[in-house]
Design a protein around this ligand. Sequence first.
Ligand code: FAD
Length: 509
Amino acid sequence: MDADVIVVGAGPTGLMLACELRLAGVRPLVLERQPKIRDIPKAGGLSGQILELLRFRGELERFEAAGTAPIPAPRLPWGGMHVDFSQLADPPMEVLPLPQPILERVLDEFARELGAEIRRGREVVGLRHDDATVTADVRGPDGPDRVTARYLVGCDGASSRVRDLARIPFPGITYPEVQRLAQVTVPEGVTVLENGDIDVAGVGRISFGFTRTERGEFALGSTNPGLMGLFTSEEESTGYDEDEPMSVAELRDSIRRVLGVDLPLGEPTRLTRFTFHAREVERYRDGRILMAGDAAHLFPSPGVALGAGLLDSVNLGWKLAADIQGWAPDGLLDTYHDERRLASARNMLHAQAQVAIRRGHDPAAVALRELFQELLADEQPLRRLGGLMAGSEVRYPFPSHDNHALIGTFAPDLALRTDRGATSVAELMHGARPTFIDLADRSDLGEIARDWQHRIDIHTAETDQRPADALLIRPDAHVAWAATIDEPTDTAGPALRDALSGWFGTPAG
Ligand SMILES: Cc1cc2nc3c(=O)[nH]c(=O)nc-3n(C[C@H](O)[C@H](O)[C@H](O)COP(=O)(O)OP(=O)(O)OC[C@H]3O[C@@H](n4cnc5c(N)ncnc54)[C@H](O)[C@@H]3O)c2cc1C
């Protein structure tokens, strides 16, 4: 066996999975067809729940050091409008600006530090699997090769070869539009005004935000002084060559078609184009083959995909490790499909809604956008939308779901006091281990948890305004079980045992 898990693709999803597998104590082998990390500008940063997860891993600072600290999402494009979470004191949606090539470098470094093996310049071209193993045919610099492992995960992006080889259907829609996205320096003859509008010599004023015309959409906006962010969207049934980089001339032509003006453009710092799809694999698992990231789902709006892929990896890593280490309870690995499909449905809900809100040009579509903009000026709908976009409102359907409102949710980061001083739930989970926290001196429950102490970390702590007497938290920071305040031993005890054996296998002999 060459590894425990073959990870196909060293994009953000594959690299994050390699980190999670190492944290859980198994050996990944990452195979990436590109010889080195490419400087292609794709996502501009991380946002939403993945930032909280990185804080739980104790790794957020590593990512901040490479970019900047997370900021409340300012004027974020949403459905052809802008929503501004920075007006809330505790915004539900934050972003960490970090260009994707830098993100991939940070993840690559983290994975290697943890001991993951990453082979670049290796393309997976075939695979087969049986009851015990999966074998991949690989094309590399030294000719064909073959590697074998217990599982293989396709993290190989939107045009996934693994998905094709495993014959996993990928139904959905491709929208007949081409979006062009650019950032250029402000050229001579253009003045950026205080409200973000621009004044163009010989043309006049162009507004910040979205402008719609008969020919498509144009958007103007930038968070960096000295730079203009530009976006066009046009209905185009013809495709384009993904390997052909977009040029400034192509962008200029597109702006002319949409706006009817010749906009002077400075030096480009970013030039990309893409098409929106709404697609999801029919199954995230087929025997020993699993799918994650863009290979598993594509959402038709910006700002969703990257975090969703990273969170797939966080959900999957410890479950694969449990299976490989031989302690996974029945069905544990299949919960990956159920849980991530549910998270994906929530992402698809707001991504698809954005398509409908963004696209129309008739008075009804204009009215819809105006109504949404009005609603999103109020705090409650803004919070609700922020939670949906961040992915923080996802609640997995765990068996004991009805017993406590926290079960199935991302664990609250409570401030804690322990014998060893002040700490927090996030800090106790830096090791990415299953964790039991007794918050009410419940020795009855602590004693039960100790039967699993070979597998879980056990802590006793106090907290102000405790939400539960005890919490059992999975390595992916989701609450597996919680005891209600003063819950009697005869109900809490058996429920805790069920949760421990349901998630973490049999107790020590
Ligand atoms: C222009 C643009 C802007 C974007 N902006 C945003 C944004 O603002 N926010 C956001 O959340 N997302 C954004 N995205 C989407 C984001 O970039 C993707 O969601 C993210 O890259 C998905 O990561 P991944 O690891 O799943 O797949 P990928 O990044 O596609 O990585 C897949 C990897 O697999 C490798 N591979 C493929 N086939 C094989 C094979 N057979 N063998 C070995 N290796 C293989 C590829 O070389 C690649 O390195 C944007 C995308 C684009 C194109």
